[in-house]
Design a protein around this ligand. Structure first.
Ligand code: HAM
Length: 476
């Protein structure tokens, strides 16, 4: 993927993963004026472009967005109870941030990032390589270091929500723009950031979060990937085990067996799986402090009754992890079953030239959480309470005034138009999902009371203006 910044607009040229992929100019309206051989295929008979959402991206529309908002509101409420506070980091960062934290040999950095060369616009600026964030932990850690949040001497409990970008092969639950709800606890060791209590607290919080948003049947898979020293011994063991067989494996595995053998375990090529199954497991290479840490995490999870199973194969696809790693999965998701993933990253700050600042966190794939909830039949269609229907000449201002009063009292309301016949007002109120229709005619305005009809039961009553909001709010 290559890119540029022209006329103040960021544009990247997506070179396509495979032959059948179209070459696309994305991220910019200037893609419309840019004609490439590939996107000219999009032209219709009358030579106008039919613009559609770019492959792997999608529009989130009502009523689905009602469910998204309900989930986000519940999650914000939960974070407040665990004393987490929001951080918002930029959507693009210096490319090096991701190569130095997530790791050069990971799928994310080696294949999936949207990266472009950003040319300098003035002599005072430097050209630099920029990347749309593929995940949020690196950006949060950069901000922690840049703003010296560790100087406070306390734990920083931070959360963020927003879009992430990975150039993966799109399928159900896997998109090129997707949304994460991310939470991190970072701090100096003197504040308790290394304690296994943090790991257990984070896992207990996730379990409560999933229960509170109404997800049933989630499963927690847990592992420990040890510390940096364990990793050196484990990588050597993998190298030794791979030596006699690696020539039978895919090109990525052959390269990774040399550069970063741990990443061989991320391989998805079906023919390589029998070899990967027989490789040594990381649990055999943990030193005593790492074993004790993991045992303490498990004891605390047992104490609070959070169920889990150990998955010794789960090393997660990002290089920064140390010790505890985890994924929560859900059966309603098909192949992309991980609703969220996370773990501890005790050396991440130092790898970005920051102070010692151990941390642990997770990111929920919000698209997948919503899919999992929908697979259980969850919807969140918020019905508008009142449809205010003006009748006859000059009633629009009265309807607007009444709707204003109701809305200010906390009642949701739509307004019709005086030109509609009563029958049409009823039709539109029902189509729009209103619970009540309120008729605004000359007589009603003069008398100061309105005809209110419950559209489900058909019951109609006269309600004085001053009592209308309370009546609509109280009615079931
Ligand atoms: P991750 O496992 O790469 O971890 O992503 C976390 C979650 O994001 C996944 O479990 C999945 O639900 C969702 N996700 C990932 N890629 C896609 C995609 N292409 N389409 C839809 N959903 C996706 C991280 O990103 C770490 N930063 C998590 C973390 C935070 N670790 C410590 N702190």
């Amino acid at each position: 993927m290559t890119g540029n910044c022209r006329n103040g607009i960021f544009t990247t040229e997506d070179t396509g993963l495979t032959e059948e992929n179209r070459i696309h100019s994305v991220l910019s309206v200037s893609s419309v004026v840019k004609t490439s051989a590939a996107n000219s295929k999009l032209e219709t008979g009358n030579s106008k472009l039919m613009l559609k959402a770019v492959r792997g991206t999608r529009d989130l529309l009502p009523p689905d967005t009602d469910l998204w908002n309900r989930v986000e509101a519940k999650v914000r409420d939960l974070f407040a109870r665990y004393n987490f506070h929001e951080i918002r980091t930029p959507i693009f960062e210096d490319t090096q941030l991701f190569s130095r934290s997530v790791g050069e040999d990971t799928d994310i950095v080696s294949k999936e990032m949207f990266t472009w060369e950003d040319k300098a616009r003035a002599q005072s600026e430097k050209a630099q390589s920029l990347t749309l964030r593929p995940e949020n932990t690196a950006g949060v850690m950069r901000a922690y270091i840049e703003h010296r949040l560790g100087d406070k001497g306390t734990l920083q409990k931070l959360y963020c929500m927003g879009p992430q970008f990975r150039r993966e092969r799109p399928q159900k639950g896997r998109y090129r723009q997707f949304y994460q709800i991310d939470a991190e606890i970072i701090g100096p060791p003197s504040a308790g950031s290394e304690s296994p209590l943090r790991d257990a607290e984070v896992l207990e919080m996730v379990a409560t979060l999933l229960d509170e948003v109404g997800l049933h049947g989630w499963q927690l898979q847990l592992n420990s990937v040890g510390c940096a020293e364990d990793r050196v011994r484990y990588n050597q063991a993998l190298r030794d085990a791979l030596k006699p067989v690696v020539h039978q494996m895919c090109a990525d595995c052959q390269r990774r067996a040399e550069t970063n053998p741990l990443r061989v375990l991320d391989c998805k090529v079906p023919e390589d799986q029998p070899i990967i199954e027989k490789l040594p497991k990381i649990s055999q290479y943990l030193d005593e402090p790492c074993r004790e840490h993991f045992a303490a995490v498990r004891t605390m999870l047992d104490a609070v009754g959070v169920p889990y199973s150990i998955n010794e194969r789960m090393v997660r696809g990002l290089d920064y992890y140390t010790r505890t790693t985890f994924e929560f999965t859900h059966g309603g998701l098909g192949a992309q079953s991980a609703v969220l993933g996370g773990g501890r990253y005790d050396g991440l700050s130092e790898s970005l030239d920051g102070p010692k600042a151990p941390g642990i966190g997770f990111a929920i794939g919000e698209d997948r959480l919503i899919l999992a909830l929908q697979s259980q039949g969850e919807t969140a269609v918020e019905k508008v309470q009142a449809y205010v229907a003006p009748l006859g000449a000059g009633m629009n201002p009265h309807a607007l005034k009444l709707a204003r009063e109701l809305r200010r009292e906390g009642v949701s309301a739509d307004i019709g138009d005086e030109s509609f016949r009563l029958k049409k007002s009823f039709e539109l109120a029902e189509k729009g999902g209103a619970r009540f229709i309120v008729i605004v005619g000359e007589n009603e305005v003069a008398a100061g009371q309105f005809a209110v009809k419950n559209l489900a039961s058909g019951e109609q009553v006269q309600v004085p203006r001053a009592e209308l909001a309370a009546h609509l709010k109280a009615a079931k």
